[in-house]
Ligand binder design. Structure first.
Ligand code: NAD
Length: 386
């Protein structure tokens, strides 16, 4: 035990303290794939009672409960029914992207706190409506970017905040899949009517979050964007589990996207993401500053970690040097931390751990890429006051 505590101290992880006197009743809206991860973490928390599950597919919430061994829970056939029952103080919204905004607005309008899965929504307009409801409600809305809770991911921000890199002027996103259109669980990620956005909404929003969070989420000003769907729409394309693609005719989103974004504060963001391409990786993520540069190895940053250390490059006393930041282990699972920090904010009336006021900029970039691609030129990003 002493060893474990020592290691925790060494890497600065605080042990979570939970006030079990104050129980909180929660529900899950959308009982698909990611709802399982939410349930596993709620189950560990002594101050949580999972009292309600909703899914619009008849029998799906009941089957979920059976599969997970959940007892004493009520079932509903829509988010509205679940919220109207008036039992829950907080919900996890685990619906597909096109159904992020509506249930979230409904919950907030009825005084229920929301942990919303990423991406924020599909369009910027939807996010603005959600934020209006959030403001009116005074409730907690946190968005599901658990990789931020990773110790190595946090280190990126710590390095930038330390001033070691000087003034930051350029960000390049890294990582992306060669063969990885996610269809093992059906079409909800790839059909326009459910996913709405593809690689950008699935993994691109994470690589944006990693970089934007590190530099304090500056407001995006303009974007020149590109999206394509050469692989998803191709019946010859083979999915990541090497089965012939069955879904080419259902594919209605981006499988590759790129954007050149001007951010407030004179920072340029060069973004690219891929579900499918004829390349191993689009490269490492880079943060360039006037005093130093940071290389973040090409990574599945959506898993909250890297397998190689971060490297800093700088000139010291006229010599070019580079050094690595040792990797550290994470403490509790990142999903646990994401849910715990949301519940603590609900219980203590404190600010959302991953606030909409930041993630609106993430979504504005994605929305801008979609719009710019449609008209083939750079556009100005306009976000109204909320
Ligand atoms: N944080 C992560 O690591 C992570 C990982 C995977 C997916 N996600 C996100 O989670 C979301 C869901 O992904 P998934 O793979 O679980 O999708 P899924 O299609 O497996 O599940 C979504 C479920 O929501 C239900 N649903 C839709 N609208 C509803 C409504 N109004 N009321 C009740 N139920 C409704 C659907 O019937 C479906 O069962 C996506 O937005 C995705 O981006 C996050």
């Amino acid at each position: 035990m002493a060893d474990i505590l020592n290691r925790f101290e060494e890497i600065g992880i605080e042990e979570t303290k939970v006030d079990t006197n104050k129980k909180i009743k929660v529900g899950i809206i959308g009982t698909g794939w990611i709802a399982e991860a939410h349930y596993y973490e709620y189950k560990k928390m002594e101050d949580v009672e999972l009292v309600a599950l909703a899914d619009i597919v008849p029998g799906k919430a009941e089957a979920f409960a059976k599969r997970m061994g959940i007892e004493n829970c009520k079932f509903y056939s829509s988010h509205k029914e679940l919220i109207d029952a008036g039992e829950v103080e907080a919900v996890s919204v685990c619906t597909y992207n096109r159904q992020h905004a509506e249930p979230t607005i409904y919950a907030l309008n009825h005084g229920v706190n929301v942990l919303l899965e990423k991406p924020f929504a599909v369009t910027l307009d939807e996010c603005i409506e959600v934020m209006k409801a959030e403001k009116k409600s005074g409730k907690v809305l946190s968005i599901g970017f658990q990789p931020r809770m990773g110790e190595n991911m946090k280190m990126i921000k710590k390095i930038v905040d330390s001033g070691e890199l000087g003034k930051i002027y350029y960000l390049q996103s890294g990582g992306g899949r060669r063969h990885g259109i996610p269809t093992p669980y059906g079409t909800s990620f790839i059909a326009d009517e459910t996913g709405g956005i593809g690689a950008m909404g699935d993994i691109g929003c994470y690589s944006l979050d990693m970089l934007l969070n590190a530099v304090g989420y500056p407001k995006p000003l303009t974007v020149s964007g590109y999206t394509s769907d050469f692989f998803g729409k191709n019946p010859e394309y083979y999915t990541w589990d090497n089965k012939p693609a069955q879904y080419a005719d259902k594919f209605g989103v981006d499988d590759f996207a790129a954007g050149f974004v001007r951010l407030e504060g004179g920072i340029i963001l060069d973004f690219r993401i891929s579900w499918a391409m004829n390349m191993d990786t689009p490269g490492d993520a880079l943060i360039l500053g006037t005093k130093g540069g940071l290389r973040i190895p090409s990574t599945d940053c959506w898993n909250g970690d890297f397998d190689k250390p971060l490297t800093i490059y700088k000139d010291v006393a006229g010599k070019r040097v580079q050094y690595e930041i040792p990797l550290v282990k994470n403490g509790e699972p990142l999903f646990y931390k994401k849910i715990r920090s949301f519940l603590d904010a609900c219980k203590n009336g404190t600010a959302a751990p991953i606030p909409s006021s930041q993630i609106i900029y993430n979504q504005a970039i994605i929305d801008g890429i979609v719009k710019s691609n449609k008209i083939n030129r750079e556009i100005e990003i306009k976000i109204p006051e909320i």
